[in-house]
Each structure stands twice: as structure tokens, then as C-alpha cells.
Design a protein around this ligand. Sequence first.
Ligand code: IPD
Ligand code: CA
Ligand code: CA
Length: 284
Amino acid sequence: MTGAATTVTDTSPSAPERADDALKAELLALAQEAAARAGALLRDGRPADLGVAATKTSPIDVVTEMDLASEKLITGYLTEHRPHDGFLGEEGATSDGTSGVRWVIDPVDGTVNYLYGRPDWSVSIAAEYHGERVVGVVAAPVLGETWHAVSGQGAFLNGHRLRCRPSPPLEQALIGTGFGYITERRVAQAAVLQELLPRVRDIRRAGSAAVDLCDVATGRLDGYYERGLNPWDLAAGELIAREAGAVTGGRPGQPADGDLTIAASPGVFEALQPLLERLGAWHD
Ligand code: IPD
Ligand code: CA
Ligand code: CA
């Protein structure tokens, strides 16, 4: 259309409500503070004799008392500042809220690493506004690294703007992945890996899906894929990867979800997605 500029206001009932910059800034500041507080609690308060408090989907899918304390701290802090928001937290925080904002929280992503005193675990907090992901924060306190992204405003590590790596050919790509906790799923994941490993530079399994996605954003991986993620595993990291210029998705034509999550620099994504589809990485 040419000629004088016109302003068109979409008043149809289905018009999505958009978060403005002021709301995004408020949600980002709250997510960063909540992640910093939870991260400090987890790092400084980890009992020397930390044990397993409960198991979930299988005997190796563990929860510690610190996962529960972290989620309580995060939801308590956010509720204090925004009492009408909803929650989806891995350890049980679930509510709809009335403000249009929903917080998606993994209070410890990489619990097995945390249990063993390994450094690569994280706190992952994302904010959605009317279903659209607008803010993501991933804090890895022992690594001294905090990533964040705001939709349309880029991705950052400790305040420094990120771009994913330039895409190498797939056979020179360093690819991260992860495995579920159920034996049958692992059998299928091992079969996919057996086919994939000879076709790439190498494979990494670090143990926190949120950090894996941030590693793509940071250029520490060329790509990452995993089947079986839950919304709290991927919500913040997927936005961070996307805002750093990575392509994210699931099966061809689908968004990243529990069937399959892929994040990679654009050329690697283009090669990896059809290969994973052919190898059946999306089913057990
Ligand atoms: C797990 C980690 C792991 C991934 C699993 C997740 P949790 O989350 O992100 O890297 O491979 O699929 O369930 O249980 O430590 O919060
Ligand atoms: Ca997780
Ligand atoms: Ca967790």
C-alpha cells in the first residue's frame, strides 16, 4: 500500500494481546531477581549430605528438598510482586491467574548434576503473556552465568549480546542432546544417537536442557535436540536461542515441544531437522 500512512487498529475479538515494552521490562527484572535469589539459595544452601526426597517418572527421575525450596522461593517472590499471575512449575505450582501473564518455572534444571555436586545445573524462568513467550532467564550460579532474552530484543549472557555460531556443514557440527528417565525412551534415543554420531563432529550430553539451549545461543554448540522435554525445560532457553539467531522447532512444521525440540544455527537446523525426522527422533 502506498500513500498517506494510516493507523489500523485491530479490534477483532481474536486480536492477540501484546506485551508492551514496559511490561516486558517489569517481567524481565522480576525473573532475573527471582532466578538470582533461587540460584544463591541452591548454590550456598546445598546440604553436604543432599539426598533424594522423592522420585517421579522412574527411580532415576529425582527431586531433592532443594528443588522444592527453590520453586517455593520463586513463586513466593513473583506472587508478592504480581499477585494475579499464573504459574506452571515443575514441582507443582499450577494456577491460571487473571493478568494474562503465566510464569513457566524449572526450579532446578539438571537435578542429577546438582545432586552429584556438578556445576552445570540452572534455574529456568520464562514469562508468557496471553500464551506468547516474552521473557526468558536461565541462571547457572556455579558457572557464574546468567542468560536472558526478551522477545524482539535479543539474547544476552551476563549482559553481553549473543549471536549463535555461523553454520558449519552438519558433519562438522557439535551437537548437544539429552535423554529421558524412562528405559523404553532411552532405548529409542540410543538408536537415534547410534545413527547420528557418525554424521556429526561430536555429541555432548551436559545434563541441563535449559543450559544446552543457551549453549546454542552462545555458540558453544552448533545445535541441540531432545525428545521428551516438558514446557519448563525449554520455555526460557528456547526464547534465548531464538533471540540469538538460532532456528528452533520440533518435527517439520511444528514448534519445539515434547515430541521433539531442536535448536540450531540456521544451516545446521536445515540439515538436522529432516535427518532427525527420518531417524524417528520424535517417537519411542
Ligand atoms: C532434565 C534435564 C536433562 C534433560 C531431561 C530433563 P531435570 O531436567 O534438563 O538435561 O535431558 O530431559 O528432564 O529433571 O533435571 O529438571
Ligand atoms: Ca528440567
Ligand atoms: Ca527440574
